[in-house]
Design a protein around this ligand. Sequence first.
Ligand SMILES: C[S@@+](CC[C@H](N)C(=O)[O-])C[C@H]1O[C@@H](n2cnc3c(N)ncnc32)[C@H](O)[C@@H]1O
Length: 222
Amino acid sequence: MNNKLTERLQLLADLVLPGKPAADIGTDHGYLGLYLLESGKCPFAVLSDVNEGPLAKAKQNMEESSVDESLYSIRLGGGLATLQPGEAASIVIAGMGGELIASILEEFPEKTASAELLILQPRTRSGELRSWLWSNGYAIKGEYLVRERGRICEVITAARGKQAPGDPDIPETDSPLLAEFLDGRIGSIKRIIEGLEKSGRDSAALKERLNAHEERRLRCGD
Ligand SMILES: C[S@@+](CC[C@H](N)C(=O)[O-])C[C@H]1O[C@@H](n2cnc3c(N)ncnc32)[C@H](O)[C@@H]1O
């Protein structure tokens, strides 16, 4: 088996429910699905993408592997449009903006709700994704940070359930990367505040956000 997974993709693969079918929405190269099948972690995988180019790469990678074609399905279409309700126990949506992930989850509520576990990796606007989950009957089950090419990425798992909302902007994790992640955030919030103040605009909301990040950072230690 030729494992092409980065640390981020490996974490996503590790979170997928074993022994049950999975779907990778926005599969691109298809490496995640390939790993899940080659390793025997999943009995079946749907590899889906809205664009033909990425899907052609996924198809080629699958065909060049030793995985039997009866174990996977490659599908062209946006979000969960390509999936039947209940078809995948784990739905992975990774490497997209948090708002786009939330809109994909929202488009077909019955399909989203039919998954046992959502494994989500927002590249941006993770706060909006967490808020969407809490407002739409999902509980966050786990939060993870992982480094990929120098950048710290957030990963969120969620399932149906009630949960009192926390701070949507701060990952609830004791990851050793949290301090560095918060330092990065604090730096960028400070730069935005500076810009707002220079142009005489209101920065009160951002200052509150900055305080919340600094308070959480203090609890990380060094
Ligand atoms: C940056 S790549 C991420 C690939 C892979 N999931 C990963 O995390 O490495 C984003 C992929 O999502 C696909 N994509 C973007 N919007 C989508 C949508 N609404 N539905 C399905 N796929 C989408 C793009 O075509 C692209 O292949």
